[in-house]
Structure formats: C-alpha cells, structure tokens
Design a protein around this ligand. Structure first.
Ligand code: SF4
Ligand code: SF4
Ligand code: SF4
Length: 294
C-alpha cells in the first residue's frame, strides 16, 4: 500500500479525467528510444492500459488508462525496460532535442549528446517551478528552445580565409538573412544580420569559409501556453561541458531563488535576471566570439 501511494505521488503519473484511472508518462531524453524499448512499452500498454500509447509534445510516450493498483508493477517494469517513470510536475521534466549533428545537415552541435548529459545530471530534480529544457542544433530552432524555461541553440560563426575569396557569390545566394554582400570582389558579412546558422560555410565551393568555434546560445525564461513568451538571452558558451555547467548553474539559481506558483517567465525581473546574467558571464568568462569575415 505504501509503495502504491508513493508511486502515485510521483511526477510521471497523471490522474485522468476519470479519476479511477491514470496516465503513466515515461522518461525518454531527447526522444531517443530503441526498438526493443518501444516493444517493452507496447507490451505494458497492452497489458495494463487500453492498448494505445500517446506521443507527447515533450518527446515522451504516455501509457493511458492505467489502474492505480498496477502502478508499482508498471514502474518496476518501465525501469527494467530502460524507460523509467517520467515527470510533469514542478521539476526538471523530459529534456527535448532535435536530431542535431547525428542526422541533420543544418546542425552545428550534437544535441542528443548534450541532452543526454543534462538529463543524467538534472532530470526529475524537484524545483519551485516547472523547468522545461529544449535543445536545437541550429537557429532554425525546430524544438522551439526560445519558448522553454531553458533553451540551447547551436550556432556557428563564419570566418573567411583572407585573400582567397573569388567573389563567386554562392554564399550570398545561400544566406537567407541577406547578411553577405560582395564588395570589391570579396564576400563581406554584416554581423548585425547574421544569425550564425553556418549555411554559408557549407555553401562555399572553394571551402573558404570556416569557423573556429561552435557556440551554444543559452536563453532563459521562455514559455508556451496561453501567453507565449520568448526567453531572454543569457550567454553563449563554446563547448558541451560549459553548456552542461551553465544549465546546472541556471537550475541552481532558480531552485534557490524562485517562488513557486508562478511561471519562471513571470518572475525573471524579481529574480534579478540581469544581475545573474552578469555574474554567470564573469564566472564563465564568455565572449560572443565576434570574429567575422569581411
Ligand atoms: S533545429 Fe536545425 S539542426 Fe535541429 S533539426 Fe532543425 S534544422 Fe536541423
Ligand atoms: S551564418 Fe550568417 S552569413 Fe552565413 S548563411 Fe547564416 S546568417 Fe548568413
Ligand atoms: S566566400 Fe566562397 S562562396 Fe562566398 S564569394 Fe567567396 S568564394 Fe564564393
């Protein structure tokens, strides 16, 4: 009985409209799951649910229509399946990510690797507010990182090898931001227009555009829902390790300072976000990597 009560109180178990049933949400960082794990979840849904599963917006799977008395068995079997109970309360919930460099030709960072590392350190941590974390491999932002409590976007800054540009204009055609023009026979970039997507780097037929750094742009305090809000830029870091550390620092800051009962986006000013931004920038000694072609 105690075990049954305990598991029912955990995030990942959602009471349904018909309160005699609940839905079980699974933990699947970055939405990556093996075929065998899919089979394991299917078996449980058939046996303990209603024979269907639901794919959520946070890249997890839910098993609907489960009897609360079956929760301990399902919890144990999900853990054995490598897809343990998820979370949906005021805690760090399922980390979502686009395919990143593993599959997408536009990606600038390995989102799956980063999501897995963040999940390993922070998933399920109880918080005063819900913490949704979303990663996108490039500024196309397919997983809407700007609309999550923490968003990470992979960026790459083009650098032209001096003296080699032929002025062919290929990179100009590929840049959707109209950030490159040909002047005096060479490409010149306008940093104010460039979103650091890195597409021009791949477009140059002579491989004359390169980048020294990949960047992880980190935004905080976005939200979806009734009153969507774009998150505020916190900082840029230059490697995966720093990105993990930065997310840990943000979570720690929110844990210590935020009030419960309000979305993070609503209390950023009360939490003195600008001061936090300054202090974390000093801590990481980050720059924005302003080398540009031209
Ligand atoms: S955000 Fe960029 S890298 Fe990720 S899937 Fe979309 S286009 Fe590809
Ligand atoms: S990296 Fe900048 S200049 Fe290059 S294609 Fe993207 S927006 Fe244009
Ligand atoms: S940087 Fe490459 S693609 Fe762009 S104009 Fe020069 S040679 Fe052409």
């Amino acid at each position: 009985m105690a075990e049954r009560f305990g598991i029912h109180m955990r995030g990942g178990v959602i009471t349904e409209r018909d309160a005699d049933y609940c839905t079980v949400r699974v933990r699947i960082p970055a939405g990556n799951i093996s075929i065998d794990q899919v089979r394991g979840i299917a078996t449980l849904a058939k046996r303990y649910g209603c024979g269907t599963v639901h794919i959520t917006t946070r890249q997890t799977i839910e098993i609907p229509h489960v009897k609360p008395t079956d929760l301990p068995k399902i919890g144990r079997r999900l853990a054995k399946n490598g897809t343990p109970l998820g979370s949906e309360r005021d805690e760090v919930v399922n980390i979502i990510a686009c395919p990143g460099t593993e599959r997408c030709k536009y990606a600038n960072i390995d989102t799956i690797s980063l999501a897995t590392k963040i999940d390993g350190k922070l998933f399920g941590r109880e918080m005063p507010v819900k913490m949704r974390i979303s990663l996108s491999g490039c500024p196309n932002a397919c997983t809407s990182p700007m609309l999550n409590e923490i968003g990470i976007i992979g960026r790459i800054e083009p650098l032209r090898i001096p003296g080699m540009c032929t002025g062919c204009g290929t990179c100009v055609k590929y840049c959707k931001e109209n950030a490159i023009v040909i002047k005096n026979g060479v490409s010149v970039l306008d940093p104010a227009k460039c979103v650091q997507c890195g597409v021009c780097i791949q477009s140059c037929p002579f491989h004359l555009l390169q980048s020294k750094h990949q960047h992880y742009l980190i935004v905080v305090g976005g939200r979806r829902g009734r009153h969507p809000q774009v998150g505020r830029t916190l900082m840029m870091v230059e490697n995966e390790e720093q990105a993990v550390q930065a997310v840990e620092r943000i979570v720690q800051w929110v844990y210590r300072r935020a009030w419960s009962g309000r979305l993070l986006s609503e209390q950023l000013d009360d939490l003195h976000f600008d001061e936090f931004r300054k202090s974390i920038a000093e801590e990481f000694s980050t720059g924005t990597g302003s080398q540009t072609p031209g």
